[in-house]
Design a protein around this ligand. Sequence first.
Ligand SMILES: [Zn+2]
Length: 259
Amino acid sequence: MAQDFPTTGSPPMIGRKLSIPEWQNYVANYDFGRLPPSQLVLHHTYRPDENQWRGLASMRGMQTFYRGKGWIAAPHIYVAPDGIWLFTPMSQIGIHAGTGNGSLRTGWYSIGLEMVGYFDQRRPAGAVWDYAKAVMGGLSRRLQIPPRQLISFHRDYTHQKSCPGRAVTKEWVWGEVTAWRRLTDVDYWRRLWGYTAPYHHNWAIPGAWRANAERLGAVRSAELWTTDGLRCMQWFVGGAIVFEKQTGATHVIVTKDVP
Ligand SMILES: [Zn+2]
């Protein structure tokens, strides 16, 4: 099993930013040790919000703030406009939700996930929400716990806070994370895709198809290459995708949208 990244300072902070593919690789190979987490508690930061976020400087600011409170740990992960930031290692018990932290004594603990922003009036969207879904969905898959059982809210453990924001509801979060898991399940797409296309030049067409699967529907043809090898096309129930080798561009043509 892979070793975790090193930490610095107090409370110990990894202070490293991951992209979604880097996160998926990290969580898939993560060694949680003898007691894996069984819960994830979702938070919002309130301050700093997305506009005030300054990457590593904001992470260090939080570390100073927690040190001032005498905390020996912190939330595990921050999802920000610029990526997935790691604070407390996921194999360790964090401090973020009071009784919702769990402990060695109680025999369970939670991962604390902070969404950068203030979500009392509006839901998280854009990059912050994409990163949040990847973190929750990735942990749900790695721990083999369905979103509905895994994910709780900070406000479940306190009456003092609306955290992760009044606009954020359980049914919405659970539904979005369940959909994320299906969309990123390679076996699911492999089954749907079938074997009509024996090979793919670079997965540009499957990628474009996946992003438009509802409109395009099932595969109707193999990849059909032009004789000069510069272009190929593949047909679907609802249209076609054209791939241009020189530019790497894909063009999605949905039949019912063509006048
Ligand atoms: Zn909170």
